[in-house]
Design a protein around this ligand. Structure first.
Ligand code: GRF
Length: 196
């Protein structure tokens, strides 16, 4: 299974996917890593000799033009699956339409709880004693697509956003590596997922 992974930040989840895919037994390969900026996480792709591309959001007149360029760059690699992993932009509808259902995202909360860009902060603010991590199919909503995998994670006394997010990321990586494996070996059939 050929993957293109899109990031915005440090790419710790990307790194886990790269490490898993480095094993010849793992039936998926990351063929390129893209970002909406010159992302720090590119260092992980570089370490594995994997090409990177950036489509800077600020270089485009509007979201649609940016999305069209992002789509063109992604499709150049002819991926079987596109993975959003810490990608901090909403994917424009034309891009979702072109890639769906082979477009998944990882989110640091137990969706549909706490969608959006601040899922960890929102869980803390809500004072809940547990949150989670989720892998979903991307649709045109905000973290609203069908859930492929998710797991509960405790919020501990004294947690701040950073300590909680670190605990969540550990689980996110496991879920992401497992979900990509399930898609690659047919355990999950994205064509069968209910479109929202
Ligand atoms: C991850 O928790 C992701 O779900 C969220 O931002 C974080 C990105 O972390 N959107 P990293 O870039 O993979 O380290």
């Amino acid at each position: 299974l050929k993957l293109v992974v899109l990031i915005s930040g440090g790419g710790s989840n990307l790194r886990s996917l790269l490490e898993a895919a480095h094993d010849a037994e793992y039936p998926a390969r990351v063929v390129a890593v893209g970002a909406d900026r010159d992302a720090d996480g590119f260092e992980h792709a570089d370490a594995f000799g994997i090409p990177t591309f950036s489509v800077p959001f600020s270089s485009f007149a509007d979201r649609e033009a940016w999305g069209d360029e992002l789509l063109a760059q992604v499709q150049q690699w002819q991926p079987d699956l596109v993975v959003l992993s810490g990608f901090m932009r909403l994917v424009p509808p034309r891009v979702v339409e072109a890639l769906a259902p082979n477009l998944i995202n990882t989110h640091p909360a137990y969706l549909p709880e706490f969608p959006g860009a601040h899922g960890v902060r929102d869980a803390l603010a809500a004072g809940v004693d547990r949150t989670g991590a989720s892998v979903i199919v991307v649709d045109n909503g905000v973290d609203s697509g069908p859930v492929l995998a998710q797991r509960r994670i405790p919020v501990l006394p004294g947690d701040d956003e950073s300590s909680l997010h670190d605990r969540i990321k550990i689980v996110e990586r496991e879920l992401l590596v497992q979900t990509v494996l399930d898609i690659a070996n047919g355990t999950i059939d994205l064509e069968q997922e209910p479109t929202a």
